[in-house]
Design a protein around this ligand. Structure first.
Ligand code: PLP
Length: 384
């Protein structure tokens, strides 16, 4: 049973924590199997792939508590959580509505793996609810969006997604990785399932891959059953690290919110910068919606430098603190070019249609001081 704490900080530290031998931190139960009593059967088996060791139980309770769900399930990666959830509720002949600018891995899964299984999809413009109905089919089962899209940080009309799903009896799924439960809790708005790449903010230390899905018991149980078959379970040591990361989630995310806003304003005022993309800036097309829905705008932003494409590479080569690497949401400031990395799987035409230029640099701010981070960007931009 989860402890009824009001504040997310307390839930992050205490929910799901049941001391063993008085230990303040749950040790790693690095045992693939556990002794059972003679009267027990398969349903009582405790085995790592069945996601039911003490380290899994702790995380399931904590994640459900912080995101406001009944139950949660961890998986070996964000993609394991996303793919298993979609495969649980879609089968051959079904149809999915999915937001048109998704994380590249999810985009690849939807556009390549689902059709191979006989599952159809249509992209929706998340900001234009009036255009969704004409894409509905009798076989449409679910609608899938991201809280903030990667890398353009678009914010769909999320309340409209919930209303649309309810009106048409669709399952609503949202990837809440970019916001984290510190900035937004989709289940409170009425989404059925909230998904995360725990590799990012939830763990926050750039040292494991993990994923999770949070929602109502009946639906998460179905996903658990499928995950047990597909085998994408999280190892207990990674569970331990994910829990350790969660302890500081609120501290990290609030600092990253504030540093990202400061960096976005700094870049917006810099003469070498042509465009800054951050939902906390009034110039972002979804600023008003983001302000209404979220408690913070997150730690990811994008920018384009003026000049030829070569200038972008030169800027990347001058960072001393920011590391040029994919991924996001950790303690290290990371920079990368979506067109070359996360969205390299899209055709140039698809990227152009979405507005992902070859000059776009995505930044995930870490927990270095805002002064140090801004100075690093000032140095990298000097001379342009
Ligand atoms: N969702 C989002 C928004 C992501 O950015 C990513 C990875 O970058 C994923 C899901 C996939 O997560 P993982 O790498 O843990 O499988």
């Amino acid at each position: 049973m989860s402890i009824p704490f009001r504040d997310i900080e307390k839930k992050l530290v205490h929910s799901g924590e049941h001391p063993v031998e008085g230990a303040v931190c749950l040790p790693v139960f690095q045992s693939v199997t556990f002794a059972s009593r003679p009267e027990e059967d398969y349903h009582d088996v405790r085995y790592i792939r069945l996601n039911n060791t003490p380290n899994h139980h702790l995380l399931h309770e904590k994640l459900a508590a912080i995101e406001g769900g009944d139950v949660a399930l961890v998986a070996a990666s964000g993609m394991a959580a996303i793919s298993t959830s979609l495969l649980t509720f879609l089968q051959a002949g079904d149809h999915l509505l999915v937001q048109d600018c998704l994380y590249g891995g999810t985009h690849g899964f939807v556009t390549h793996e689902l059709p191979a299984l006989g599952i159809a999809y249509d992209f929706i413009d998340g900001g234009n609810p009036d255009s969704w109905e004409r894409l509905l089919r009798p076989t449409t089962r679910a609608i899938y969006v991201e809280t903030m899209t990667n890398p353009l940080l678009d914010v769909a009309d999320l309340p409209a997604v919930v209303r649309f799903a309810r009106a048409h009896h669709l399952l609503s799924l949202i990837d809440n990785t970019f916001a984290t439960p510190v900035n937004f809790r989709p289940l409170e708005m009425g989404f059925d399932l909230s998904l995360h790449s725990g590799t990012k903010y939830l763990n926050g230390h750039d040292d494991i891959t993990a994923g999770c899905v949070i929602g109502r018991r009946e639906q998460v149980e179905r996903i658990r059953h499928r995950l047990n078959h597909l085998g994408g379970s999280l190892d207990p040591h990674a569970c331990f690290l994910l829990n350790r990361g969660l302890l500081t989630l609120a501290l990290r995310v609030r600092q990253q919110n504030s540093t990202a806003l400061r960096l976005a304003r700094f870049l917006a005022g810099h003469p070498a910068v042509e465009r800054v993309i951050y939902p906390g800036l009034e110039t972002h097309p979804h600023y008003v919606r983001a302000k209404e829905l979220f408690q913070g705008y997150g730690g990811v932003l994008g920018f384009e430098v003026r000049g030829a494409e070569g200038e972008t590479g030169a800027v990347l080569g001058r960072f001393k603190i920011a590391v040029v690497a994919p991924s996001l949401g950790g303690v290290h400031t990371l920079v990368m070019r979506p067109a070359r990395v996360s969205h390299a799987g899209l055709t140039p035409e698809e990227r152009a249609r979405l507005g992902i230029s070859d000059r776009l640099i995505r930044v995930s701010v870490g927990i270095e001081s805002a002064d140090d981070i801004c100075a690093d960007f000032e140095r990298a931009l000097a001379g342009l």
